[in-house]
Design a protein around this ligand. Structure first.
Ligand code: TMP
Length: 202
């Protein structure tokens, strides 16, 4: 059996990644892998408390980045590394790419500072694969329009999400081999088709 893999799902709010995550996990299970699904910010009791604060309380940009990475450190130590060591595949709904895209791209926090945090918190651990659900911002916003309540990030304007999307593109350019870029503007059926191609690699 192949080594357990760490896979992350990324994209702007409304890209539709969470819709496909459970199907992806289930398909891997059918292929005989033991799969753990988790998320960020969150994934641990402390991380979920930090999520509640991060999604609802106003705060400075630096605080936001530090709390994201604090929740991440807890998540890595308590959940991700133990699962990988036990042979479980880990699929996380968001990871550090989101900090570069949202706090770096969206909020304008220095990219170098985020790289230092990344190096400190998980220099020895990177996802084996990241599925980046790429979608034009206006399509993502139309999808969000059906949500009854929007969190602090979802309430941001279109220009914020354009910068977030550009932040993701920068990350993909910096390390293209780690990413599978999914055209998430397509119909559910066609997006699933793209995911089937990714799953067939395993
Ligand atoms: P979710 O909607 O995918 O559950 O993610 C919660 C929000 O948190 C989403 O709007 C993106 C944001 N976020 C960041 O700004 N930085 C991060 O590092 C992470 C993990 C999420």
């Amino acid at each position: 059996m192949s080594k357990a893999k760490f896979i992350t799902f990324e994209g702007v709010d409304g890209a539709g990644k969470s819709t496909h995550l459970n199907w992806f996990a289930e398909t891997l299970r059918q292929r005989g892998h033991d799969v753990l699904v988790t998320r960020e910010p969150g994934g641990t009791p402390l991380g979920e408390q930090l999520r509640e604060i991060l999604l609802n309380q106003p705060m400075s940009i630096g605080t936001e980045a530090l709390l994201m990475f604090a929740a991440r450190l807890e998540h890595i130590e308590q959940v991700i590394k133990p699962a990988l060591h036990a042979g479980k595949w880990v699929i996380s709904d968001r990871f550090s790419d989101a900090s570069f895209a949202y706090q770096g791209g969206g909020r304008g926090l220095d990219w170098g500072k985020l790289s230092q945090l990344e190096q400190w918190v998980h220099g020895d651990l990177q996802p084996d694969l990241t599925l980046f659900f790429d979608v034009p911002v206006e399509v993502a916003r139309q999808r969000l329009a059906n949500n009854v309540s929007l969190d602090r990030f979802e309430q941001e304007q279109a220009d914020f999400f354009e910068r977030v999307r550009a932040g993701y593109h920068r990350r993909v350019q910096e390390n293209p081999r780690r990413y599978a870029v999914i055209d998430a503007a397509q119909t559910l059926c066609k997006v699933k088709h793209q995911l089937e191609e990714v799953v067939s690699l395993f």
